[in-house]
Design a protein. Structure first.
Length: 380
């Protein structure tokens, strides 16, 4: 009863890519979930396999050795990750690839030629902006990069960083001009083995084997040539990736609503109440019908916005609308799914419970619901 990929909305290449991604996540994540969980999550070998399958650095242009695909391929990666049971355990991995886009947008020729082969070979990347006292209010970050001759010396801390635990390439947003607010923020690449860098796994509501981490930078010295883009250029560079990031998040939420719906439909057919399948109760059918309808509306919005992205018409307001709506729809579907599971839905051993907790972050990552509503309101 799985909802099929809506192939008519994908180009032939996109549909092919979607199937490759699906096969990869089925084989390398969902089928090996217990193994990966026991090992504390996925590792460089997983990323290297993803790289060999052509799934990392997809937007890196051909002149730097990449496939030069459109950002839609990143959205597809995200959608398929959302459709994976393992996402609730491992969290975001190869689909969180905004870092590559930032390097390709803001990097020098030398940086692009040096970093692209590493990214394409499976180097783990993270982008670190959020701090204990600065999330939505990005201008409040306190991490500072002080110029010292041909080096920057970076000090500060970051929290909630996806892939932060194992990243080889860490793109740190730091203040190079603390008096200049948002215009004084700069992206600087720090290598994973840099002296003065330490990291700690954060225990999270979902992702028991995830790599969300806090980072501490104690006088980390890097050459000025590690700066990505201009001094003070962080916000402009990050803004270029935001629309993709938001459609990716909405896509992941949609994928999760779909897989949770399919699991719940199966469950209601197997679970007996009063001697007959739970599915047979009219109330159950009504709830499933509502969910199916919400998901269908979500898919229409998603494919409409994918089309806008393809034609270059996708705006930041579109991104805020699809991210907010898809994530809210997905949260409502997941909540109803757990309700239909009853107590079983609360048990950690049931995949639905991990999908439910993993779902909760969608409404505040990649721009909180409230800030995105403010953005939509400003366009009125
Ligand atoms: C699983 C996970 C992965 C993440 N990965 C990364 C990552 O890789 N890199 C990274 O840099 N960050 C990452 N984050 C951080 C994420 O981007 C932030 O959590 C998010 O930006 C919100 O910031 P905050 O948590 O500080 O919340 P706050 O900014 O403290 O917001 C708290 C609440 O106040 C509301 N609020 C704040 N300001 C306003 C306002 N002006 N008007 C109305 N309401 C407001 C918010 O909407 C929210 O509801 C991750 C977070 C999670 C949970």
């Amino acid at each position: 009863m799985a909802l099929e990929l809506n192939d008519p909305f994908y180009t032939e290449d996109e549909a092919l890519f979607a199937r490759t991604v699906r096969a990869f996540y089925d084989k390398e994540m969902d089928a090996k979930l217990l193994e990966l969980e026991a090992a504390g999550g996925e590792d460089r070998a997983f990323w290297a396999k993803a790289a060999a399958a052509g799934l990392v650095g997809v937007a890196i242009p051909e002149e730097y050795g990449g496939p030069g695909a459109s950002p839609i391929f990143n959205v597809i990666l995200s959608y398929e990750l959302g459709r994976s049971v393992g996402y609730g355990t491992i969290g975001g991995n190869i689909a969180t690839d905004l870092a590559s886009m930032i390097v390709m947008e803001g990097g020098t020729e030398a940086q692009k030629h040096a970093l692209a082969p590493r990214i394409l070979a499976g180097a783990i990347q993270c982008m670190a902006l959020t701090e204990p006292d600065a999330g939505s209010d990005a201008a409040a970050i306190k991490t500072v990069a002080r110029r010292d001759g041909d080096d920057y010396v970076i000090s500060g801390s970051k929290v909630y960083i996806s892939n932060g635990l194992k990243a080889d390439l860490l793109y740190i947003v730091a203040k190079t001009d603390p008096a200049a607010g948002l215009r004084g923020m700069t992206i600087i690449l720090v290598e994973g083995d840099a002296p003065g860098l330490s990291r700690h796994r954060l225990k999270t509501m979902a992702f028991p084997a995830g790599g969300v981490a806090s980072l501490f930078l104690d006088e980390v010295r890097v050459p000025v040539s590690n700066r990505i883009g201009e001094e003070g250029g962080a916000v402009a560079l990050l803004s270029k990736t935001l629309a993709v990031d938001r459609l990716q998040t909405g896509a992941r939420a949609l994928g999760q609503a779909e897989i949770a719906f399919e699991m719940t439909l199966d469950y209601t057919r197997q679970r007996k109440v009063q001697g007959k399948p739970l599915f047979d109760l009219q109330h159950t059918k009504m709830k499933l019908a509502e969910m199916k309808t919400d998901i269908a509306v979500g898919r229409s919005l998603f494919f409409d916005h994918l089309g806008r992205m393809r034609s270059g018409a996708y705006s930041t307001v579109d991104a805020a609308i699809s991210k907010n709506w898809l994530c809210k729809m997905s949260a409502a579907v997941l909540d109803q799914c757990v309700q239909l599971y009853g107590g079983a839905g609360f048990m950690d051993e049931m995949p639905i419970s991990r999908l439910y907790t993993a779902n909760r972050q969608f409404r505040f990552v990649a721009g909180t619901e409230e800030l995105l509503n403010l953005q939509i309101a400003r366009s009125l």
